[in-house]
Design a protein around this ligand. Structure first.
Ligand SMILES: [Zn+2]
Length: 182
């Protein structure tokens, strides 16, 4: 932070506020404490019969790699609505959400992914400005060496390992070179 987003002052100090545990940017002028917290990314692992909907990224980062449709949750939005919105924006697919599938934390980049499991209402989808290709993959066709993000690899691996009827939620994380263990 270079200046206070509340009053515009450049008098920011980075210190632990009284009674707090973590360092925060505090404005020396208006005394506002600027809390910075992880961002939530919501998306869908959506299926049609035995196939999974995956999008080829037409945007950076990881341009040209495959990913489950997902994106940043908006203010004023429910997580599941954000997942449906992002899925539609990236693939024009409409999905019925069945359950929360995976929670995947990336503490190094301050992100948390929520992937919901759902089924396509109908096998209808298309390319979008965000996706140069959208298609349904059988498990054997998944391009494992061209997956954009660890969160997608995790969600796909757990779906394949436990199947669509598993009622639990898979919890994973990625920190630097450490891979998930559960
Ligand atoms: Zn201020």
């Amino acid at each position: 932070m270079n200046f206070c987003s509340n009053c515009g002052s450049e008098q920011l100090v980075f210190k632990v506020p009284e009674g707090d545990t973590y360092k925060r940017f505090i404005c020396g002028n208006c005394k506002t404490i600027h809390y910075q917290n992880p961002r939530i990314i919501v998306g869908c692992l959506a299926t049609w019969e035995d196939k999974i909907l995956i999008c080829k990224r037409n945007i950076e980062p990881r341009f040209g790699l495959w990913n489950l449709p997902a994106g940043f949750m908006e203010n004023g939005e429910k997580a599941e609505d954000g997942a449906l919105r992002e899925t539609f924006e990236e693939s024009r697919a409409e999905v019925d959400i069945i359950k929360l599938h995976a929670v995947f934390s990336l503490p190094n980049v301050n992100q948390v992914y929520l992937h919901f499991y759902g089924r396509l209402k109908e096998p209808k989808f298309s390319i979008t400005p965000e996706s140069s290709e959208v298609r349904l993959f059988t498990i054997d066709e998944i391009p494992w060496d061209q997956i954009a993000f660890h969160s997608t690899t995790f969600a796909l691996e757990k779906y394949i390992e436990f199947g669509p009827d598993y009622s639990g939620v898979h919890i994973g994380s990625y920190e630097k070179k450490k891979r998930w263990v559960n």
